[in-house]
Write a protein that binds this ligand. Structure first.
Ligand code: NIG
Ligand code: FE
Length: 417
């Protein structure tokens, strides 16, 4: 198998011992780096690194490929721990409706939003869905993403939820990047169950979950805990049912209102609670006593013009935070983690070090993957990117909307981007 040595790296970013699984509070301000560095990759795994002052003798490296990264910065790929990239078509017309004054909630109430995507998905074949998702996956890999979580939730029927999850499994089995699959049957109440919410919850628990478990189609279970969607009690009922099938909890929490999603998630041992626009002081206390990763989705808050989650307050209280894209057709039609970092710096007043930690090691933790990806550590998977020649790592969030990634390596192999 291939051996790769990258030399003359201006800065090797996020270099950690492999046992660091997340960084919290003050630690988030610290981003360990090596200037003027080399990085050795063997068989798709990070083998070693150091400074050019102790550049290794290369006689013993048969078939070694050498890349010169003079003036360029090397990052571990971004970990995107919250996406909905399996969807059909787009919701561009609703974008225009919102420009003309309709709210996200109003669009949902008239049968649009998630229900619009569910209708489109039911009319789209499994192969076509896979093709559309692969276009998005390749797009975000070129933007530096090297691991991903993907949710179902535009099916909302047994047949269509299974269809989505099979597409996610197909993407996972490509082994292009590590993928975690999340069952989000409780994303919205389908029209047929308008007056029978418990009936839909029973369908999730008694029919969808057993089939999903039988076919090994999901790692996580998620609920949209929100007014007009699922309550705190319903969220707990669904997450507890998922636990019986060994699915770990995640929650769409406090996005449009304070609705108890964080509490439900923490009580069910969620690996992450996501969105958090309406997170309050009590939630921060709850999170401090948990191992749950608070995850902010800056692109969704931006696209929907929502109030901003209290990121600064959370970090100052000693919490870790992760960032993810939420790539989906309704609230964030972009999976560009470079832009998420810019939003973190510009809107949330986080430092470049904090946003890089949020998009790599902490978002890897939010997928239970930070023992294998999310930092430059010996033994971790060599999913990395090399920038164009730039001044510092902070130039990426600073140059918002620029494309500064020159090459991406997955398992040590250079990708065509
Ligand atoms: O994460 N908040 C709920 N779900 C998605 C949006 C889904 C949609 O509008 O299609 C989100 O923002
Ligand atoms: Fe989401």
């Amino acid at each position: 198998m291939s051996k790769l040595l990258i030399k003359n790296i201006k800065t090797l970013v996020q270099v950690r011992e492999p046992n660091v699984l997340k960084v919290s509070g003050e630690e988030m301000k610290h981003l360990p780096c090596i200037d003027n560095a080399w990085l050795a990759i063997d068989n798709g795994i990070i083998a070693d690194f150091g400074t050019m002052d102790d550049f290794p003798g290369i006689e013993d490296w048969k078939g070694l490929e050498i890349v010169d990264a003079e003036g360029k910065i090397v990052f571990p790929c971004y970990a995107d721990s919250h996406t909905h990239i399996v969807y059909a078509g787009n919701r561009e017309t609703e974008f225009v409706d919102r420009i003309n004054g309709l709210s996200y909630e109003a669009i949902f109430e008239r049968g649009g939003g998630i229900l619009n995507s569910a209708k489109k998905l039911s009319e789209t074949s499994e192969d076509e869905l896979f093709e559309q998702a692969m276009i998005r996956l390749k797009e975000i890999i070129a933007q530096g993403t090297g691991s991903i979580e993907i949710k179902s939730g535009y099916g909302l029927s047994l047949e269509s939820e299974l269809k989505m999850l099979r597409v996610i499994k197909r993407i996972k089995e490509l082994n292009l990047i590590p993928v975690r699959a999340t069952f989000l049957g409780a994303h919205a109440l389908p029209a047929e169950f308008k007056n029978n919410k418990q009936g839909y919850i029973d369908l999730i628990i008694n029919e969808m979950l057993p089939k999903i478990a039988e076919n090994n189609l999901a790692d996580y279970i998620d609920v949209f805990c929100e007014q007009n969607y699922f309550t705190y009690d319903e969220t707990k009922q669904i997450l507890e049912a998922g636990k019986k099938y060994r699915l770990i909890a995640k929650v769409h929490a406090e996005q449009m209102s304070h609705f108890g999603g964080i509490k439900a998630g923490v009580e069910c041992g969620a690996i992450s609670v996501d969105h958090l626009e309406f997170c309050n002081d009590e939630d921060i206390d709850l999170l401090k006593k948990s191992n749950t990763m608070p995850t902010i989705l800056p692109g969704a808050a931006f696209f929907l013009n929502l109030p901003l989650p209290p990121a600064r307050q959370m970090i100052d209280a000693g919490l870790p935070i992760a960032f993810a894209s939420d790539y989906n057709p309704g609230s964030c039609p972009s999976g560009n983690m470079n832009f998420m970092m810019s939003l973190g710096c510009i809107q949330y007043k986080l430092t470049p070090e904090e946003v890089i930690n949020a998009c790599t090691i902490n978002s890897a933790y939010a997928m239970n993957m930070s023992d294998g990806i999310g930092s430059i550590s010996r033994g971790k998977k060599a999913n990395i990117f090399i920038t164009k020649p730039i001044s510092t790592y902070g130039f990426i969030p600073y140059s918002f909307a620029s494309n500064l990634i020159e090459s991406v390596y997955l398992n040590g192999n250079k990708q065509i981007i």
